[in-house]
Design a protein around this ligand. Structure first.
Ligand code: NAP
Length: 299
C-alpha cells in the first residue's frame, strides 16, 4: 500500500473518462519500489474549463508531474511553459514535468514507449524499415515522430478518412527528409501492408470484442512485425491473433503503455539517475486488469 504522508509529493493523470486507467496502479507500485514519497492520483476532468482550473491549481501544489490522456493531449500544449521538440512535432503532450523552478514542461512519451516496446518485446529496430501506420489521430502522430527520429525508410498512413491521413503527412513532411511518405484508405492498402516490415495499429479498432481488424488479417505474413496499440482486452485483438496465425511477430499495446509510463517517471525522477523498473509497472498493470476481469465476472 502507498503510504500518504504530510511530506508526500503528487503526481497523477488528467483525462475523461478515467475509470479504466491502469496508470494509478502502475505508478504507485513503482514509487513504492523506488522508495519515492510520491502518490499518483486520477483527476477525471469533464471539460476544458476544468482542465485549465486544475492546471492552474497544480502550479501551486507540490506536484512532480502529471500525465494527460484523452481528450486533452492537444489542449495541454498551450498550458505548458515549454514543450519538448518531439511533443511539439506530434502536436500532443502526454507527460508534464513540474520543475523545481515552477515551470511546466510538456513531453510526449508515447513515441518513446512505442520504440522501447518494439525493441524490448520484439527486438525490432525501425531504422531503414518500411512502416504502415493505421490511424491518423494523436497516437499515430506520436508514432510518426518516433519513426522519423528512428530514421525509418518509409511511412504509409492508412486511415478511413484520407483527408486526415494527408493532413498528418503534410504536417510531418517538412521533418521527414529522406523518408518515403504515402497516405491511403484501408481498401487500397493491400500492397503497402504486404511490402511493409512493421504495421502499427493506432486506431481503437479491437478495443471492443468484435470481429473487426483495422486491416484484413489475410494480408499479414511471416516476417511482419505488428504492434497493436490497443491493450487491456480480455483476449488478444483479432489483429494480434491473425498476425500470430500468419507467422508474424505481434505485440499488444501493454508494453508500450508500460514504457511510456516508465519514461514519464524517468523524466520526473531524473536527478536520482535510476532507470524506472518496467517489470514492476507491468506486473501492477496486469494485476489491475485481472482484478477488473474478476469484478466483471462477479457482476
Ligand atoms: P484519436 O486521436 O481519436 O484517433 C483515432 C484514429 O482511429 C483516427 O485516425 C480515426 O480515423 C481512427 N478510427 C477510430 N475509429 C475507427 C473505426 N471504427 N474505423 C476506422 N478507423 C477508426 O485516438 P488516439 O489518441 O490516436 O488513440 C488511438 C488508439 O490508440 C486508442 O485505442 C488508444 O487507447 C490507443 N493508444 C494506446 C497507447 C498505448 O500506450 N498502448 C497510447 C496512446 C494511444 P478518422 O480520422 O477517420 O476518424
Amino acid at each position: 500500500m502507498t503510504q500518504i504522508r504530510g511530506t508526500s509529493k503528487l503526481a497523477g493523470v488528467i483525462g475523461w473518462p478515467l475509470d479504466h486507467s491502469l496508470s494509478p496502479a502502475m505508478h504507485n507500485a513503482v514509487y513504492q519500489e523506488l522508495g519515492l514519497d510520491w502518490v499518483y492520483v486520477p483527476f477525471a476532468v469533464r471539460d476544458e474549463t476544468g482542465l485549465r482550473r486544475l492546471v492552474a491549481a497544480i502550479r501551486s501544489l507540490p506536484f512532480v508531474g502529471f500525465n494527460i490522456t484523452m481528450p486533452y493531449k492537444e489542449e495541454i500544449l498551450d498550458l505548458c511553459d515549454e514543450v519538448a521538440t518531439a511533443a511539439s512535432m506530434a502536436g500532443a503532450v502526454n507527460t508534464v514535468h513540474c520543475t523545481a523552478d515552477g515551470k511546466l514542461i510538456g513531453y510526449n512519451t508515447d513515441g518513446r514507449g512505442l520504440l522501447e516496446s518494439l525493441s524490448t518485446d520484439a527486438q525490432f529496430d525501425p531504422t531503414g524499415k518500411s512502416v504502415v501506420l493505421l490511424g491518423a489521430g494523436g497516437a499515430a502522430a506520436g508514432a510518426f515522430v518516433a519513426l522519423i527520429l528512428a530514421k525509418c525508410a518509409g511511412i504509409t498512413v492508412v486511415n478511413r478518412s484520407l483527408e486526415r491521413a494527408e493532413e498528418l503527412l503534410d504536417r510531418m513532411a517538412p521533418r521527414s527528409a529522406g523518408i518515403e511518405l504515402d497516405a491511403m484508405i484501408p481498401g487500397d492498402a493491400r500492397q503497402a501492408v504486404g511490402d511493409a516490415d512493421l504495421i502499427i495499429n493506432a486506431t481503437p479498432i479491437g478495443m471492443k470484442a468484435d470481429p473487426e481488424s483495422p486491416v484484413p488479417v489475410e494480408w499479414l505474413r511471416e516476417g511482419h512485425v505488428v504492434l497493436d496499440m490497443v491493450y487491456g482486452t480480455r483476449t488478444p485483438t483479432n489483429l494480434v491473433v491473425g498476425a500470430r496465425a500468419a507467422g508474424a511477430t505481434a505485440l499488444d499495446g501493454l508494453g508500450m503503455l508500460v514504457a511510456q509510463g516508465a519514461t514519464a517517471v524517468d523524466i520526473w525522477n531524473a536527478e536520482a539517475q535510476v532507470r524506472t523498473p518496467r517489470d514492476v509497472m507491468r506486473v501492477a498493470a496486469e494485476r489491475q486488469l485481472a482484478a477488473r476481469d474478476q469484478m466483471e465476472d462477479n457482476g
